[in-house]
Unconditional design. Structure first.
Length: 141
């Protein structure tokens, strides 16, 4: 199940601090930042059988489409797609557990998405499943 960890913001005369204090990062092995070249590009579908990921929007906003993969050798094309809109103003971390596929699209230019993963980069190539961007969305995005 996808979880959302709510954060907040503290402001004073010096500026702002954004935080998600309930985000336990003890199992995190690496992170990366996604910045799409434009708002038309769709990154996906990509899934991980073992790896978990956590997303935090640094700036802008994103469409995040999710599927629970039913068969790793031949996933059904008609799986239900859950759509989430993620924005920097949400101040939240969304947890994507193992077994999910994702497709990601920026809604605004210059949007940045911080991604945390619980496996190192050596493991990434062993747990990387991909499909064309229209595989699960027969009607388009």
């Amino acid at each position: 199940m996808v979880d959302i960890l709510k954060g907040g913001i503290a402001s004073d005369q010096r500026g702002n601090i954004r935080f998600v204090n309930d985000f336990d990062m003890s199992g995190i092995k690496r992170f990366y930042i996604i910045k799409n070249v434009d708002t038309e590009t769709v990154r996906g579908w990509r899934a991980h059988r073992i790896e978990q990921r956590w997303f935090y929007v640094l700036s802008g906003s994103f469409i995040l489409d999710l599927v629970v993969v039913d068969n790793w050798n031949s996933a059904s094309r008609n799986l239900p797609v859950e759509r989430k809109i993620l924005t920097a103003s949400d101040l939240s971390v969304i947890h994507i557990p193992q077994g999910y596929g994702t497709a990601i699209q920026s809604l605004e230019e210059e949007s940045e998405l911080l991604v945390f993963a619980d496996h190192d980069i050596k493991h990434a190539t062993l747990d990387d499943y991909t499909w064309p961007k229209d595989y699960f969305l027969q009607r388009g995005r």
